[in-house]
Structures are given as structure tokens and as C-alpha cells.
Design a protein around this ligand. Structure first.
Ligand code: SAH
Length: 410
């Protein structure tokens, strides 16, 4: 804690409490890793409440960083600042948000009808805060208690920086509530709510986004550039878009890519309705959308002798943790093997994984295993990730999760 003149009032954002790190456990935090786990904590001084600012100090009291405390979470402190002179006050959050918005502006992603991730948690130095922009509306998703408590100043800053018509709160993902002691109901935070879907444009294509009921905050923005990349391989081909959600890959392949036909499949009825609406919105007349289980549908298509020039696999997270990684890799192997068998010679496999617990290397090794057993020649063409509006904090590589591999199957 910095010295304060005796008798002075506590100043906003300068902590009254300190968390001491166990001896020999301080190195990652000097390296600016933002997650201080309960197991690294030696003791806490000053009796902070959940959401309070604390200083992180070595076992002998040397300042390391400044963060927010949550006694209910295994992630006991999230670190935001690494300078003892800098308070975690309103100005601090605004400066971070300003930098996040400036990056998206530089990337050319703030067009009036476009959609992008405005704040990517650790990736923008704002652990526990997700903000997505869909044209005139923002969806805010806090995944940390302390951030949920600061939504007022965060919305004020966003309002000043972006002037949205409305800001909606999307409650944290299920499961996170248990981890953080955070239970949030969806509600309108600022301005007005959209009446019906919000229409956005992505590389010249139109999509209707359901901001209140949709998956994630409404769309999978992390795949935006990959949808465009995939379209380059679609011309003149029959495309299978498996796990299609709103039909993003299918629409891109059909319209931008000039595929001859697209079959998009999802097990969720809502996703199928959304994908059909998006196909219609883009006059993608060659695109068919079907409700089915991916594993069953892939096997049935193979049995029927159906073949495609391109197969896209974009499944939900198969591995929730490291412990389930080997089961997940078996599931990835199964669907990728089926996809390879469905491809014509010279076809394109687009295969994704959004499981952070599966590394890029694990995923490529799994695909190499598929190649070895498939009797086909697989060539790795592109090994992609999320777009630049999903920056990864290099001090915390845990934030890297999306793999999107494009391969040629001979
Ligand atoms: N490709 C999409 C995002 C896919 S998200 C895009 O670019 O926007 C994963 C999707 O898989 C979800 O829509 C979910 O409903 C669907 N899903 C989950 N399990 C499934 C299963 N067993 N079979 C088919 N679809 C499934």
C-alpha cells in the first residue's frame, strides 16, 4: 500500500487492504499474469469485502500489482494495474475502455452497421468484462463479481466513447455464477432495447442477431474473419456447414463464395430458425438448413454415400477443463474422421475448436491422427484463430482458445 499522510481520507481506487503472496509464488504476478489463485495467497490484511480493490504484495510487503478481490472465487484477486501510483478509480476504467475502443477503430470495425467485440476481458486488460457491439447496441457480459459491481462507471464510459442506442446486460455464462458467486439476470442497462433482431453487416453479408435470447451475446464474432476466409474455397462446390448456429459459414460460402449448394445443420431449433432467416436475408437460395444431431447426421450422410467439396465443423466447446481434454479429443477425432470421409478428392476441411483446454498443438496432433487413419493425404493450408478484436493477453495465454484449421484432403 502506498504511504498516505496520517489522518487523510482514503482515496478512491487506492486500496485499504493487501493480499500477501506465498514465498516463491510471486513471479507470475511480477510478469503481469492477472489471475491470483486462492492457492497462491499467504494471508489477507485489512478485511476487504468482495469486489474491493486490494494491493498484491510479496510475503515481505513489496508491491506487485493492484486488483479486485473476491473471497467467493478460487480466482481470489484479478489484477488490473501494476503501478503503485495508479488508483483503480473511474478514470482508470475509462482509460482502459478508451484503449480497447481505439484498437477496434484502428481495425476499421466500428462502421455504423458492423459488429465486433469491443472488450475482450484479459485481452484488453479488463479481466472479467466482455462487451460486444452490434450496430447501435452494446451487449455487456461481466464474468467477475467486481466488474459487475462497477457496471455504472463502465456504462458511463462506454456511452461517452461509442454513444450506443442501448446497452444490454447479458448475465454471465452458466457455471460462472457458481465460480464467482455472481448471479445476474439479463436487463437493460442504458437507453432502449432492440425491438426484434438487430441487423448487422459482415463483409457485405447481412445477419439478424437476437441480442436477448441468442447464444453467447448474440453471435460468434470470433469467427468473423474465418467465415470470410472459408468463402474463398467454396466456389463451385457443395458445402456442408455443420454446427451452423445462425448460418454464418453457410451464408458466406453460398453468397460470397458462390458455392453451388449448402447444407447447414444444427441441433437447436432456434439456431435453425435463425439460419433460415439469415439465408433468406441474403437471398442464399442454394442454402438448406436442417435440424439434426451432428454425429448422427455425419454418419448418415456417409452411409448414404453423399459427398461434399467442403465440410465446415464448428462444434461447441467439447472440453470444459483439462480433465475432460482426452474425452474431447476423441470426440474431435470422431467428427473430423467422418468429415474427411465425406469429402471429395481435393476437398476442403474447415475444422474448429473453441475449447481453451485443448491447445493448438493438441488439436493439430488430433488432426494428424485423423490423417494417419484416413488413407487420404491431408495438407494444412491455414491455421487460424480468433480475429484481432479478440486480442490475447500475452501475459495470460489461457485466453487463447479458438482454432480454425483449413486443410486440403486429397
Ligand atoms: N458456426 C457458427 C457457430 C457455431 S456454435 C457461427 O459461425 O456462427 C456451435 C453450435 O453447435 C450451436 O449453435 C449449437 O446449437 C450446436 N450444437 C451443439 N451440439 C450439437 C450437436 N450435437 N449437433 C448439432 N449441433 C450442435
Amino acid at each position: 500500500m502506498p504511504d498516505e499522510p496520517a489522518g487523510s481520507e482514503p482515496r478512491e481506487g487506492f486500496p485499504q487492504a493487501a493480499v500477501f503472496v506465498k514465498p516463491k509464488r510471486a513471479r507470475p504476478f511480477f510478469g503481469r499474469h492477472p489471475w491470483v489463485l486462492e492457492s497462491a495467497v499467504l494471508r489477507v490484511e485489512g478485511d476487504p469485502a468482495g469486489g474491493d480493490a486490494v494491493d498484491l504484495v510479496t510475503h515481505d510487503g513489496q508491491f506487485i500489482g493492484r486488483g479486485l478481490f473476491n473471497p467467493a472465487s478460487r480466482l481470489r484477486v484479478r489484477l488490473y494495474g501494476f503501478s503503485a501510483d495508479e488508483p483503480l478509480d473511474g478514470g482508470f476504467w475509462e482509460t482502459r475502455l478508451e484503449a480497447a475502443v481505439a484498437l477496434r477503430r484502428q481495425l476499421g470495425l466500428l462502421g455504423p452497421r458492423s459488429a465486433c467485440r469491443l472488450v475482450n476481458s484479459e485481452g484488453d486488460g479488463l479481466s472479467g468484462l466482455i462487451v460486444d457491439r452490434y450496430a447501435d447496441f452494446l451487449a455487456v457480459q461481466p464474468t467477475a463479481l467486481a466488474i459487475a459491481e462497477r457496471l455504472g462507471p463502465i456504462c458511463d464510459a462506454l456511452q461517452r466513447l461509442i454513444q450506443p442506442r442501448g446497452i444490454l446486460l447479458r448475465g454471465a455464462e452458466r457455471g460462472l455464477g457458481k465460480l464467482e458467486g455472481l448471479h445476474l439476470a439479463d436487463r437493460q442497462l442504458r437507453g432502449e432495447g432492440p425491438k426484434g433482431p438487430v441487423f448487422i453487416e459482415e463483409h457485405g453479408l447481412k445477419f439478424g442477431i437476437d441480442l436477448t435470447e441468442g447464444q453467447k451475446t448474440g453471435a460468434y464474432l470470433d469467427q468473423r474473419e474465418n467465415r470470410q476466409a472459408v468463402a474463398r474455397y467454396a466456389a463451385g462446390r457443395r458445402v456442408l456447414d455443420m454446427f451452423c448456429y445462425g448460418g454464418g459459414f453457410g451464408v458466406a460460402a453460398a453468397v460470397a463464395g458462390k458455392a453451388t449448394a449448402v447444407l447447414s445443420v444444427d441441433s437447436s431449433a432456434k439456431a435453425v430458425a435463425l439460419a433460415r432467416a439469415n439465408a433468406e436475408l441474403n437471398a442464399a437460395t442454394t442454402m438448406l438448413v436442417e435440424q439434426a444431431d451432428a454425429f448422427e447426421k455425419l454418419a448418415a450422410l456417409r452411409e448414404a454415400g453423399d459427398r461434399f467439396g467442403m465440410v465446415v465443423l464448428d462444434p461447441p466447446k467439447f472440453a470444459r477443463s483439462r480433465a475432460s481434454a482426452s474425452d474431447a479429443l476423441r470426440a474431435y477425432h470422431r467428427i473430423n474422421r467422418l468429415a474427411v470421409e465425406l469429402l471429395e478428392p481435393g476437398g476442403t476441411l474447415v475444422t474448429c475448436s473453441c475449447s481453451g483446454a485443448i491447445s493448438r498443438d493438441d488439436f493439430l496432433m488430433m488432426l494428424s491422427g485423423v490423417a494417419q487413419r484416413s488413407n487420404r493425404m491431408l495438407q494444412l493450408l491455414e491455421c487460424r484463430g480468433a480475429a484481432a478484436d479478440h486480442p490475447v493477453n500475452m501475459h495470460c495465454l489461457e485466453g487463447e482458445y479458438l482454432k480454425c484449421v483449413i486443410a486440403r484432403v486429397g
